[in-house]
Every structure is written in C-alpha cells, then in structure tokens.
Design a binder for this molecule. Structure first.
Ligand code: HDE
Length: 701
C-alpha cells in the first residue's frame, strides 16, 4: 500500500520543536538578554550595532504577507483520500482515484470568500473547499466551493464581481457581508448571478460546520483514460455527517460570541479524534452527450441535476490532523486549478480558463516569488526535477553545470519523461477571434427557478427572509426595485414575498415557473446523527447530580459532546445529594448559539436559581427559537416555563414519564433517574439537526 503518511514524513524534516532549546539569533548566536536594547548609557539612545534588536524588530516588521484577495479567512487540516475500488479506471489514468491500495495524503483549506483574515466565520457567504492531493504523480488541487455554481460565467468579470461584494471602496464598510448597495447593484445588472444568488440566500451560505457541508468542483472538468479518451466530470464532496446549516439570527450572534466558530469546530473535532469524512463522487457525461442538455456544460452557473446524472461514489476523504502552525501551513498553502495530474484535464469553461491564469499569478505576489512550490506545505511528495532555478527563496542547491534542455553536459538530465507523463487532452480547436458570450450561456433563470422549486417550505421562508434582510440594507431604492424585477423571472411568488417585506409594489410580468425540481438540492432530508453535536447542560447548586451524570454518559456514548454550564459560578456545583458536579464552562461566558441543544436537569434549588436567572432563561428560550432540541426534567421544567416554551407543547402530567413534542423532551416524576428514552429522544432530535414546525416568532430571544 502506498504510504498515506508520505507527506508527514517529508514535513517531519522541517517541523521544529523548540522544547529544551536555548534562545539564539537567526544566525545561531546564543542570546542571554532579549528584554532591553543596547543603549549608550541607561537613559541613552539605542545603538545601531545592536544586531539582536535589529534582527528581532526587522523580522517583526516583515511578518505580514498580503492576505488572499478573496478567501482570506480560512482553516486547514491534513488528511488522506482512498478510492473504494477501481471502477473509475475506465475513465481516467489518475492513480489516486482508481487504485484502492493508494492512500493519498492531502491538505484541505476551508474559507469564507468576502471577509478579510480577521473577519467572523458565520457570515452569509460562499465557503471555499480547496483540497491539495499530494499524489505519487504530482500535486492535484481541487479548488472548489460549497455551492455547485458560480456568480459569473467568464473570468474577466471576476474583478467586477469581487469589487462589488467586498466592502465598499470609499469607507471599507461592510466587512464580510453581501448586504450592501454595490453587491446588489451588480446583481441587478448582471442576471447571470441569479442562480448563485439563490444559493447564497439559502441556508447553504450558513454552514453549521465545515464538517457538515458539501463541496463541489463547480466546473465541468475532463477525465482522460489510457486510450486518451475524455469523459466530462463534475466533482462532489458529500459529508458523512450530512449537510446542515445555522439560522441567520444565530449566525449574527455567533459572530460576536465566537468569531472563530467554524474554525474552532474543525480544530476541536480533529483534536477529539472525531475525524470529519467526505465521500468523493463524480457525475460523468460522455463526450458524445456534450450537447444533450438544455444548458451548456461549459457554463459554471449551471448544475447537472443529480436526478439526470447520478453522483457515483469514488472514495473517501478523512481529515485527521491539525496543522502545527497556522501561518506556515494554512496561510502559505497555495492552490492552483492548473495543478492537475495525468488523467484529469480542463474544459473550455471560460471561468476555469481564467482561474488557470489567476492562481499562479496571485501566489507570486502573495508568497513573494517563483519558488513558493518549495514551501513545505506546497511541496509535492512526487520527485521534483526541473531546470527552473534562482529567484527569491530558492531552497534547493542544484548541483551540476547545466540548467537547460537539451543538454549533453549532464547526460541530457533531467531527461524527458516518457511514462506517466501529463499529456494535454487532444482536441481540435478553431474559430474566429471574438469577444462574445456564447448563445448557449444566455438562460439565467431556469436553474434559479429549479433551485427555488426544490426547496422545502422552511427553506423557502429562509430565502425570502434573506432577500428581505439583504435588500433591506440597500439604500438605493432603484437597486431594490431592479432586483425585484429580476426575481420575478425566477418565481413570481418569491418576488411578491420579498416585495412585501420591503414594502414595495410587487413587480409585474415575469416568467411562468416551469415547475421542475431536483430533490437533491434541498437540505431537508440530509442525514445526520447526534455525533459531534455540542449540548449545554445548565446547572446551578442543588442540581440532581445523578441526572447530570446520566446525561453526560448517555450523550457521550452517542458521540455527542456535553458541556455542563454552571449558572452562578465556575468550578464545581454542589449536587442535591451533596456530591460535586464538575462544571465545564461558566454559563456567563457562553451563549446558546454555540450549542446544538440544551438540557435542564432536575433539582429544586438548581431549577429555582436558573428560573430566576435572566441569562439562563434567555439561553433556553434562544435555543428553542433557533429550532434546536430542548429537554428538561422535573423542576427543570420551570426554566422552560419562564422561557415561554411549555406554552407551546404539552407538559407531562402525573403518571406521564416522558413527553416528546417538536424537539422538546420533558420528563416528570423521575425520582432520581431519568426515564428510559429521555436522552435517546433528545439525541434523535439532535441528529435531525433542527425542528422546523415551531412557532418561534413569539419567543422573546
Ligand atoms: Fe477562486 N481565487 N477565483 N474561485 N478560489 C482564489 O487564489 C479566482 C472561483 C476558490 O484556500 C485566489 O490563492 C478567479 C471559483 C477557493 O487558498 C485567486 C475566479 C471557485 C479559493 C482566485 C475564481 C473558486 C480561491 C485568491 C474566476 C470555486 C481559496 C488567493 C475566474 C470552484 C483557496 C488564491 C485557498 C482563491 C481567483 C472563481 C474557489 C485570486 C479569477 C469558481 C476555494 O487566485
């Protein structure tokens, strides 16, 4: 079996651990004093000859590199990929996709797009999903997103789009937000954005976790087999935990409570050994079917509906190691769509063609010169042997007299390779030199409508709310009106609902809805489980310690992550029976939004204290408002009563052990031990992620 750890073995050579070392300069000179600069006298000026001071401060002065112009904020992790079997071998010679004995090391970087490096994670945005496979045939980068389409069709529009979505140039406001005039001005004038805008207004733009979102290669790529025959391909990553999203109110609050929410979630899961996994799947289209669709395969604003061309599983990716150093690895990793290996090739998608130029170009400014492929995180595990020399940051010492091909002085080396080489797919190209969008790219509405039609009722509600929110932040009335005039071509009901929220007249006309849908586009039936979900257990002194213990144990057994939150203090709570209850988090440092559900155990004194504590009551109310599971036992019900929740569900009466209704689990008369099924019912609701049939508008949170 090929070694999935090859990359780590390579990196071990440069990983530096300073334990048991003593301070030196960069030159290795030992330093015994780093707190005072060398001065002429105690109160005198600093001396130029203080090389330690100069080196230390100079390095500091140069510690920043340009952040990525898009996708500046990200989080990365190492892992590996392995195909299940060899079926794809019929279509591609890429070994890492076709040999089940090959485990390929990789590095993934997830990102938001519009925000700067320090922006919050839970903004409404597309998420980047970029994977660098260190294959035996060289590095392959699949630089995708968590949405399968894009805003524009031709890369020449990318600077325009990015300028429109980024903070406005005069005052650099707003940070990491699409809810502002320039983005919507652009959208209203550029209908090709509409399909992607539907995705952006959907909950897909608010992932609960990087571990719970899909990834897409977006473009149609090409697989090439041993006979040189091509097959069109779309790449899909499907998370084994299912695809799940936050709600918008929650996102905005998390941005304050934990701006690193998604980054932390990924880090914590990997540290805890809860390794996230995705299945790689492909949609394949024969070259002969290139024109079999009612859209152009080269148009990146279109999907191939999964019902039309199924996604066939290829293999599995597991992320199992956090980086050691954010800058060295996550910041310096350099992806490039043109990093392909034999068996994978491009198509003429004009967005992809532009990207093949842009990524290399951007790394040159970002990483400071042409040798960035030698930075450890970027180095292939495949042997590198080129005549490219010199330039900033050359790390290798190439020996010998020659650096050109052909040569006779070095025996012709590096010799021209003749096995496993990359050969561009051969195809005939001819045409007039023109600057014009293909006619086949002109339908901007059908798939936006398809997306809308495929959403469940609650997803549609969220989309309408998102449009209302975003356009509500747009100051120019004519921009709002023009967006509505576009939406009416997606679906008249959508346009009316958005117009209503904005207090505007619904636009006239529009296109009749074609009525087609693609169930795979909805998040509603995504699989899920309680595994890795964070649960708050709210306690105060006097809590029923046996119940807390049982909740902790039964949740942990199901792979969930319970945290006991102490209402009045940190440390330990006193149990009703006098025993100690370990507190994990002081409740005042936590907000409900960073948890997936809440449980309030019994214990008269504890419940009284919690019911009289506005923060605790709000915590529970907000959890309910965000459609998450809520549970309480015995006296703990009082807290739910104060939160206005018990008015919405039946409560257990004498004799009822357990009531489960709309994600609310209540137990009465427990007599010390929680009834069978209490934690199980709660965990089932957790696994479903959210409970949508609740009237949450009335909850004051
Ligand atoms: Fe990117 N994009 N992009 N992009 N993109 C960058 O490369 C660009 C596009 C994507 O974690 C930049 O290294 C152009 C589509 C991801 O390091 C830059 C166009 C998709 C990442 C760039 C696109 C993406 C980037 C900025 C239109 C999904 C983060 C820094 C033709 C399929 C990679 C960098 C990471 C980053 C250019 C469109 C995904 C400037 C010109 C479509 C995930 O090169």
């Amino acid at each position: 079996m090929a070694n999935g750890d090859a990359k780590h073995e390579q990196l071990d050579g440069v990983r530096a651990d300073l334990t048991d070392t003593e301070l030196t300069t960069q030159q290795g000179v030992r330093v015994d004093h780093t707190d005072d600069s060398l001065q002429a006298g105690e109160r005198g000026p600093t001396l130029l000859e203080d090389f330690h001071f100069r080196e230390k401060v100079t390095h500091f002065d140069h510690e920043r590199i340009p952040e990525r112009v898009v996708h500046a904020r990200g989080a990365g992790a190492y892992g590996h990929f392995q195909p299940y079997d060899g079926w794809l071998g019929e279509h591609t010679v890429a070994k890492f996709l076709t040999d089940p004995n090959v485990r390929t090391p990789l590095f993934v970087r997830f990102s938001t797009v519009a925000g700067s490096r320090g922006s919050a994670d839970t903004v409404r945005d597309v998420r980047g999903f970029a994977t660098k496979f260190y294959t035996e045939q060289g590095n392959y980068d699949l630089v995708g997103n968590n949405m399968p389409v894009f805003f524009i069709q031709d890369g020449i529009k990318f600077p325009d789009f990015v300028h429109a979505v980024k903070p406005e140039p005069h005052n650099e406001i707003p940070q990491a937000a699409s809810a502002h005039d320039t983005l919507w001005d652009f959208v209203s004038l550029q209908p090709e954005t509409l399909h992607m805008i539907m995705w952006l207004m959907s909950d897909r733009a608010l992932p609960r976790s990087y571990r719970m979102m899909q990834g897409f290669g977006v473009h149609t790529f090409r697989l090439v087999n041993a006979q040189g025959e091509g097959t069109f391909v779309k790449f899909h990553w499907k998370p084994l935990l299912g695809s799940h999203s936050l709600v918008w109110d929650e996102c905005q609050k998390i941005a304050g409570a934990d701006a690193d929410f998604n980054r932390r979630d990924l880090w914590d899961a990997i540290e805890a050994g809860q390794y996230p996994e995705w299945e790689l799947g492909v949609q394949l289209v024969d070259e002969s079917d290139e024109f079999a669709f009612d859209f152009d395969l080269l148009d990146a604003t279109k999907i191939i509906p999964e019902e039309q061309v199924p996604v066939r599983p290829v293999g599995k990716m597991v992320l199992d190691r956090n980086p050691d150093n954010f800058f060295a690895e996550t910041e310096q990793v350099a992806f490039h769509t043109a990093n392909v290996v034999p068996g994978i090739d491009f198509t003429n998608d004009p967005l992809l063609q532009a990207r093949n130029f842009s990524y290399l170009d951007t790394q040159l400014i970002r990483l400071g010169g042409p040798n960035f492929a030698q930075i450890p995180i970027n180095r292939p595990v495949a042997e590198v042997s080129t005549n490219q020399r010199d330039g900033y940051g050359q790390q290798r010492i190439h020996r010998g007299q020659t650096s050109y091909t052909p040569n006779s002085l070095s025996g012709g080396c590096p010799a021209i390779a003749d096995t496993e080489v990359f050969r561009h797919y051969q195809t005939r190209v001819d045409g007039d030199k023109i600057r014009r969008r293909s006619e086949s790219f002109t339908d901007h509405y059908s798939q936006a409508t398809l997306f809308w039609n495929s959403q469940s009722d609650w997803e549609k509600d969220h989309i309408v709310d998102a449009f209302r929110f975003e356009l509500g932040k747009v100051g120019h009335q004519h921009v709002r009106e023009r967006v509505l005039a576009e939406l009416v071509h997606v679906d008249p009901d959508l346009a009316v609902a958005v117009a209503h929220g904005l207090g505007l007249e619904p636009p006239q006309g529009g296109t009749e809805n074609h009525g087609r849908s693609s169930p795979a586009l909805s998040l509603a039936n995504s699989p899920g489980s309680a595994a890795t979900r964070k649960v708050a257990v709210l306690v105060a002194d006097g809590v029923d310690a046996t119940e807390v213990e049982q909740i902790r144990r039964e949740l942990t057994d199901r792979g969930a992550v319970p945290e006991v939150l102490g209402a009045s203090h940190d440390g330990r709570a006193r149990g009703a029976d006098g025993s100690d209850v370990e507190i994990d988090v002081a409740a005042r440092t936590a907000m409900s939004v960073v948890y997936d559900g809440v449980i309030v155990p019994g214990g008269a004194e504890s419940a009284r204290a919690l019911a009289a504590d506005g923060h605790a009551v709000h915590f529970v109310a907000e959890t309910y408002k965000h459609h998450k599971p809520v549970a309480a036992s015995d006296e703990g019900l009082e807290v739910l009563r104060r939160a206005g929740i018990t008015e919405q569900v039946s409560t257990p009466t004498d004799g009822d052990g357990l009531v489960v209704e709309r994600g609310v689990v209540l137990a009465a008369n427990t007599g010390g031990a929680l009834p069978d099924g209490f934690v199980e019912e709660f965990a089932t609701a957790l696994g479903k992620h959210r409970v949508w049939d609740r009237d949450t508008a009335v909850i004051p949170a």
